[in-house]
Design a protein around this ligand. Structure first.
Ligand code: PNS
Length: 171
């Protein structure tokens, strides 16, 4: 009798401040590849975020609930320790352009040194989204630009609420 292969759990880590359509595309494709995909937000980030971890978790949950094998989580400390605690053997990362490669390679090699049993898997970003980053989305939106099609509609609505709140505070 043949044995069932072990299920593969992958972690897709990041800041997700906020989640973009590029992230969502990777989540969709990752959900097809792995038995379980955990989208995990780094908590102790040195960058000053626009959205709190709680808000980012809610934003992610709103868009990933359609994928039954995708969960949302957050972590502190080393990513590989978080992965091990969740019994994940894969770290999923997206590469948009050559400029991403150096940083991603460094992280992948460091993570492999820390825990050789955890493999980093890279996926090429969909060309339609390869120019999108959370940082640019925030900048464009903050300066009054149109971000529709760059982030999920629910995220766009939250950004709109956040900006009008900030404007009222400043007025
Ligand atoms: O969305 P980002 O900002 O590119 O994600 C970066 C992230 C969260 C993947 C990276 O900063 C990370 O893994 N941080 C956790 C700390 C850690 O494990 N550092 C050593 C690995 S190189």
């Amino acid at each position: 009798m043949s044995q069932k292969p072990p299920s593969v759990i992958a972690i897709y880590p990041g800041s997700f401040d906020p989640i973009t359509n590029g992230h969502l595309d990777l989540i969709q494709r990752g959900a097809r590849m792995f038995d379980k995909l955990i989208v995990s937000i780094l908590q102790n980030d040195t960058k000053k975020p626009l959205f709190s971890v709680k808000e980012r978790k809610a934003m992610l949950a709103e868009v990933v609930h359609v994928y039954p094998n995708v969960a949302v989580d957050s972590f502190n400390g080393l990513l590989v320790d978080h992965a091990a605690a969740r019994e994940a053997t894969v770290l999923l990362r997206g590469i948009r352009a050559i400029s991403d490669y150096e940083y991603e390679l460094q992280m992948a090699l460091m993570n492999r040194r820390l825990r050789p049993d955890i493999e980093t898997v890279f996926m090429m970003a969909n060309e339609a989204y390869s120019f999108i980053s959370s940082r640019l989305v925030k900048e464009v939106y903050g300066l009054g630009g149109n971000i529709s099609g760059l982030v999920p509609p629910s995220v766009e609505a939250r950004m709109h609420r956040r900006l009008s709140k900030t404007k009222h505070k400043g007025a």
